[in-house]
Design a protein around this ligand. Structure first.
Ligand SMILES: [Mn+2]
Length: 320
């Protein structure tokens, strides 16, 4: 069967893709993301088996995507592994495909690994754990139990190599990421990928330098630490977190003011509200959209709406 794996290009997506590739070694790998999922799916016509990992269904495209997947399911085996919140009005039952394995608060890597674990080497669980740690979902019963089977310091070294290593442009291409997935699928580790450890070291050095930059430039807006328009690539999550840390705020945001819209990344230190819900609510109020995970989320809002957006987020924080 001609198989294609459509996955996300972040750590969890790559690891989920590697589990799929371990199960179906001849599969081709394509990267996609929620905003281009519909379009990318249209391109993948000639496959008998379509495996999708770690791709959220967006409010805007969910209905069209589901329609297309259900149609594809007549001719192809469609398997979808995901852990993102479904848009309102959509339920798991709307997907009439061979398998829709969907669970919140569990990494896509864990979900797909649990599905294929009987058919792949036991040690591939490492890949699942890298994905789980990468998405801050290593506190599930499954992940806790499995991490205890191995030297977790070695696991953290490997997952850090992966997460930090792909923050450099050298490894931010789809070809480089495909090579990493192939390595992991065959039983290699991130540190086996030539140049990845060095790349991770460069990234972590920049990350510490970068902390100094955030320390000097972050401002506190109500209960939010804010850092604006970073000069560097690939640090939006840590930047958001550091801006909370240095301003002693419960949450922090890294904000990019673009020409037509504003991109926001948010992280939390101590806050009980799920960040994805918070972003969705506040962003929609100003005509934007938001989402992600409870611990790590983002939003895109129209230009000029930043102050109103921050005020609304502060109101949500105060009410809690
Ligand atoms: Mn994920």
């Amino acid at each position: 069967m001609k198989t294609v794996i459509l996955t996300h290009a972040d750590c969890d997506g790559m690891c989920a893709g590697a589990v799929a590739k371990a199960r179906f070694p001849d599969a081709e790998i394509f990267f996609t993301k929620p905003v281009s999922f519909l379009h990318d799916l249209k391109e993948q016509k000639d496959f008998d088996r379509i495996i999708i990992c770690d791709i959220a269904l967006t409010k805007k495209h969910a209905k069209d995507i589901i329609k297309m997947l259900n149609k594809r399911a007549a001719r192809a085996e469609v398997l979808y592994f995901d852990h993102h919140q479904l848009p309102e009005g959509i339920t798991d039952k709307d997907l009439k495909i061979k398998l829709y394995a969907h669970q919140l608060n569990v990494s896509a890597s864990e979900i797909i690994y649990r599905n294929y674990m009987k058919d792949i080497p036991r040690e591939r669980v490492w890949v699942a754990l890298y994905g789980a740690i990468g998405d801050y979902e290593d506190d599930t019963p499954f992940a806790i139990e499995r991490i205890a089977n191995w030297d977790k310091r070695a696991l953290y070294f490997e997952v850090s190599t992966l997460i930090l290593g792909i923050k450099n442009r050298e490894f931010d291409t789809y070809d480089a990421k495909r090579h990493i997935i192939e390595t992991l699928a065959m039983g290699g580790n991130p540190s086996d990928v030539k140049g990845l450890v060095k790349s991770a070291k460069m990234a972590v050095t920049r990350e510490f330098e970068f902390y100094d930059y955030v320390k000097k430039n972050a401002v506190k807006k109500g209960n939010i630490g804010v850092i604006m328009s970073l000069p560097q690539f690939g640090f939006r999550g840590p930047a958001a977190l550091f801006s909370a840390t240095v301003t002693d705020s419960p949450i922090g945001m890294c904000i990019y003011d673009r020409e037509w819209h504003i991109d926001i990344t948010v992280r939390k230190r101590k806050c009980d509200i799920p960040l994805n819900k918070m972003m969705e609510k506040a962003a929609e109020k100003v005509g934007g959209s938001g989402g992600g995970h409870p611990e790590a989320a983002g939003a895109r809002i129209p230009a000029g709406e930043l102050n109103r957006f921050l005020r609304d987020v502060n109101m949500i924080l105060e009410k809690n």
